[in-house]
Design a binder for this molecule. Structure first.
Ligand code: GLU
Length: 427
């Protein structure tokens, strides 16, 4: 992988205050510029098609009524129904959801799936809520945005702090009004029509991409070390699959901090530890480490797998000692940090490529639901690997040809596909 040429970017404000949305717009502008995209398409693709914001009153367990706010943003549907996850987090706001909806359009287009991009979010702290409160919140949200959902209109999926159970409530609530509709949501429990392999798909996909990247760089995966920020669904599965490949996992972290062991962590044991409702930080076989320190550890693969905006100029990019950054989270790198990584010749495997395994298997789940047919795990994993490797090769060859970063190349391919669909469909 050759280091890409320096590219000019615009910085609208001090990096410290930059939001995920602004990062995503800068990435878009950068690729649109290279593609010489027509001004009307830039306008259409820069902002979402539709944004819905709803009030969600929930009777809490102590009898109080708390009113939450939920969002669903549908960015672009030129290539198919809107597709994307639903996240529960205290920092969720319209701006963030908007940015992540845009990112989903590029992700589905890069994977060449017949979907557009959307994203949902509810501003709440799910770790402080009971299962009953979360169920009420999810059902209310589904009912209130129901009008803009549909198996051929907008399909939800898990994202930060939402899981199979949340998807099951959405499926149930939607089906109670519209009749049995498993294809309204992906990432469901397998017993309700979910796809085998969906839960671990993002992590599995990240490892398929890493294997390909390491082959290109002529690095033996068994000699590599990794550091992973985040130990939710994506972080823990990525750790597990890397561990199975013989990668030494030096450190991982959760919300309350992390654990570092230079001789390598026993990931299956750590997974058992957190399954017993204990935090990563309390794992006894290693030294405690903060989320901030963890990002600066010397390693081959640095894998942010939690929230956005964690690799920044102010905090860490000049001190990163990783050989490759793999974006398992959405939008973990700010634009200036991205440029500095480029100058430091540290390749970044961009989010829309690295973490696309989730939405690829969501597509398989949707197809299986529509056809009322089941694929087996081998078939799913083979197809997943084929989709990801094809996309990676396309990105890599465009990056080499155009002498741009993998991120810019990935965006150029994705934006080019969406623009093409917009042009042909007409207005
Ligand atoms: N939330 C995941 C993502 O950001 C999955 C989306 C989906 O499966 O629709 O890619």
């Amino acid at each position: 992988m050759k280091p890409a040429h320096f590219q000019s970017m615009k910085y609208p404000m001090p990096e410290k205050k930059i939001t995920n949305f602004q990062t995503i717009v800068i990435q878009f502008e950068n690729a649109a510029e290279r593609l010489k995209l027509e001004p009307y398409l830039r306008k259409i693709l820069r902002i979402p098609f539709r944004e819905v914001s709803v009030q969600l009153p929930v009777v809490m367990d102590d009898g109080r009524i708390e009113v939450f706010t939920g969002y669903r943003v549908q960015h672009n549907g030129a290539r198919g129904p809107y597709k994307g996850g639903l996240r529960y987090h205290p920092d969720v706001d319209l701006d963030e959801v908007r940015g992540l909806a845009i990112l989903m359009t590029w992700k589905t287009a890069l994977m060449n799936l017949p979907f557009g991009g959307g994203k949902g979010g509810i501003q709440c702290d799910p770790h402080k809520m009971s299962p009953r409160e979360l169920e009420q919140l999810t059902r209310k949200f589904t009912a209130r945005i129901g009008l803009v959902l549909g198996p051929y209109r907008d399909i939800l999926a898990p994202d930060l702090n939402t899981d199979e159970q949340v998807m099951a409530w959405i499926f149930d609530e939607y089906s109670s009004r519209h009749g049995y509709t498993p294809s309204i949501v992906t990432g469901k429990p397998v017993s309700l029509g979910g796809s085998i392999g969906r839960k671990e798909a993002t992590g599995r996909g990240i490892v398929y991409i890493i294997q390909e990247v390491l082959k290109d760089l002529e690095i033996d995966i068994k000699t590599t070390t990794a550091v992973i920020q985040g130990f939710g669904n994506v972080g823990s599965h990525t750790a597990q699959f890397l561990y199975e490949e013989g990668v030494k996992i030096l450190a991982v972290s959760g919300r309350e901090g992390g654990i570092y062991n230079p001789s390598g962590l026993n990931i299956p044991d750590l997974i058992r530890h957190v399954q017993n409702r204990r935090s990563v930080a309390t794992y006894p076989y290693g030294d405690p480490i903060t989320n901030k320190e963890l990002l600066k550890l010397e390693c081959d693969l640095l894998i942010p797998a939690a929230v956005g905006g964690v690799i920044t100029k102010e905090d860490n990019v000049l001190d990163l000692k990783a050989r490759i950054v793999v974006e398992a989270a959405n939008c973990p790198t700010t634009p200036i940090a991205d440029k500095i990584l480029q100058e430091r010749e540290i390749p970044v495997i961009p989010d829309i490529l690295a973490n696309a395994g989730g939405v690829v298997v969501s597509y398989f789940e949707w197809v299986q639901n529509l056809q009322q047919f089941r694929w087996d795990l081998d078939h799913i994993n083979r197809e997943l690997q084929a989709h990801l490797i094809k996309a990676y090769r396309e990105v890599r060859s465009l990056a080499e040809r155009e002498r741009v970063t993998l991120r810019t190349a990935a965006h150029m391919i994705a934006i080019g596909r969406v623009a093409e669909a917009e042009r042909i469909r007409g207005h």
